[in-house]
Design a protein around this ligand. Sequence first.
Ligand SMILES: [Zn+2]
Length: 380
Amino acid sequence: MSGMNTRNPYRLGVSLASARSFYPTLRVWRYGTEFGGGFRFLEADPTKPEDELETQSDYSFNELADHLLGLVEPIRLLTAQELERTGFSEGFGIKEDLEPSEVVEFVNRFGQIGLADYLRLAKLQRKFTIDKGELTPEQALALLEIPYRFLPILKKSYKEEPKRWRSMIRKIQDGDLIPFAWIQKDLFDLARCIQILLALDKNYLDNKTYLTLPRMRSKELRRFLFASEAVMLPKGEDENYLPLGGKKGDPWGVSERKIKSKWQEFAVNLNRFLTPITYNAIRREEGALTYQKTLGVETWLIYEILNSRASIIEKKCARKSCQRRFVGYRSTARYCSDTCSAVERNRRKRERDRSKDSSGRSQKKKQTKGRTNAKKKTVR
Ligand SMILES: [Zn+2]
């Protein structure tokens, strides 16, 4: 896949191997911490033998995309109160951290995420030092994205419990333990990729997908700017919000450089997520990470959406009290679920009945049970 940078417009060609049908790997993951809580991770159930990896296949990509968009909140501008509380300056955006229990629920239902990026994994495999080929605590800190203040604990463990230290590093190398920082980053990036894929129109050339982004003011550019989070929405605003005033000649106040870098970021993410099916199928002896073991929801979802000829788009539920983001077919669907659709239908019917009822006597209110707005369900 490559990003071509001609003057107009941005273009991205995607050539996918005609992959045999595949599905995300499904293992049982649990959340854990190490080094005084500095290192957070998901660990695969060690009692399950890995030569019997199961796959998840009983859902559609729409369903997975819906749950992903429900799990990851879009980036947004801080509110006035939040600015005051945190002391950040105006224009600062926030992305809510993910709740580990929700992530565990997600990966145990749909499949794993976080192992598709072979380059990131390879950095851990590399022999760093000449003596034992081991990671130093400093290197581990950087690669596993552990906050700096935990370095003394890491150093202590490295020195005093070398066996435990090595076994943990080995588990990560083998893909049986995934740093939570990687998982969160990949979930955020995957959600962004999906938003962008749904915002852009797909084109085909010789049956191969390509994506273009006009640089001129257009609905598509506008959708891309929001989807790639080059522009943030203030809390409570929807996509009809118009922040993009900009100077003259400046497309909506977003610099060409920023648009270009967001476009490249998109290409990089597509590449790293598709690695398990695009990577030359040469198995490296070292590490011995097999194709299926690294194959998660990120690869499958991107592949399915790129391969689908259906015209799909990200929508927001038309029921005011819900407004959940969902993936729908372009023209018809207005509600995120049958429940929301039924609730709205009942509401409209009641309104009609009320206006027909000219005598004005009060009607008994029907109890309707809709989907609650509480997205977050915590499992313990
Ligand atoms: Zn809804």
